[in-house]
Write a protein that binds this ligand. Sequence first.
Ligand SMILES: *Cc1c(COP(=O)(O)O)cnc(C)c1O
Length: 477
Amino acid sequence: MRYISTRGQSPALPFCDILLGGLAPDGGLYLPERYPVVSRAELDAWRGLSYADLALAILSKYIDDIPAADLKMLLDQTYTAETYGFTRKGEVAADITPLYWLEKGRLALLELSNGPTLAFKDMAMQLLGNLFEYVLEKRGETINILGATSGDTGSAAEYAMRGKHQIKVFMLSPHGKMSAFQRAQMYALQEANIFNIAVTGMFDDAQDVVKAVFNDAKFKAKYKIGAVNSINWARVLAQIVYYFKGYFAATRSNDQQVAFGVPSGNFGNICAGHIARRMGLPISQLVLATNENDVLDEFFKTGVYRPRSSRETYVTSSPSMDISRASNFERFVFDLVERDSVVVRELWARVERGEAFDLSGTPYASRLSGFAFTSGRSTHADRLATIKSAYERYGVTIDPHTADGLNVAEAHPQPADVPLLVLETAQAAKFAETLRIALGHEPERPAALTGLESLPQKVEVMAADAETIKAYIARHA
Ligand SMILES: *Cc1c(COP(=O)(O)O)cnc(C)c1O
């Protein structure tokens, strides 16, 4: 299997050659040259597999430059009950992504947030850590990962890369701006290869410093600076697995259909659902939920994609969905325009000029119905009401992002024989402040994380200045 760029002007490469990079050289995103189609016989055989074995069956179709025995070892090492055992109720989740029925046979949460940072980003990031280590070791290379985080991505990356040979992580966070829980999660890591840098300023200032360092091509090459952002293909690939796992858990036979409700920001999670459907998984509908930052809802309702400026981007109580442009969306549009990279280049030339594009009235708009998407938007008031009603109706405490997903999903009723699975993208314990407003009390947290805030912390405070950060990396890389 080789990987091609959505912009069509980069050479096709095997998996390991695109694993460590970000964008393709032509500015596009990598996708497999075709989606492997799963036969009915395979689907039947996969139904009883463990998470790690199911991941092996799916990933083997996309990765042919890692020997099968090695890939199996990496997956067995990644998807363990210890790593994904931070369940709310303190039970060990041997099936990694347990299904939690709210209404038996009709409505369920697919728990994706039992990993070490209590957000679904762990599902893919833990695998990325093991894949990076494996490939770097084989090639005798090293990497220095540089990123900026406002919470979820940075901590997931650090927990995935902690203690890994040949990898160092330099993670910038806005000094004093994250919750006490988020700070403790990252800064309590004592591994020598993890460098927490709290910069004075806001998240955008941290992000600007990272951009400035990446733009210094000489520095970037000399210190082998890399990223683990959401456009990384391996992250999307790893996420395909739990759509299959959730489908098998919710159904008895492969004749049945299911629908998924997906809280969305950068379109990474739901892009994996789109690909699972293209592979032949019987998904009747993908229900995309946004918060007040509704650039994706607008597209699926009107055919207009209108990325926003940062001035038009709201700070909301589901912060991991506060995006102004959806970085993975280009992958979906590539499929929608029948993989015509000339069209993608033209559309994204507009996006890069800060302009919108409109597919309504084009032949592509009529193709859209064949992709089984529907969408909705959820506000702060909706979120609070959904958290409260889920608690009262089902006795379950959900986080604000999952609440957006559930709220929008419930506005799209499914036929009686089609279960609707809402992806639980984080645990409520991460967002105690919002939960207190919605419920009047704080959410419980997994027993293993009690006292997290009182552990010793390792962090250095610095100015949000690219030269300062470069000098720090040069001393520690
Ligand atoms: C990242 C994140 C999302 C958005 O996922 P995308 O893949 O960017 O669409 C939703 N909820 C939580 C809790 C997240 O951390």
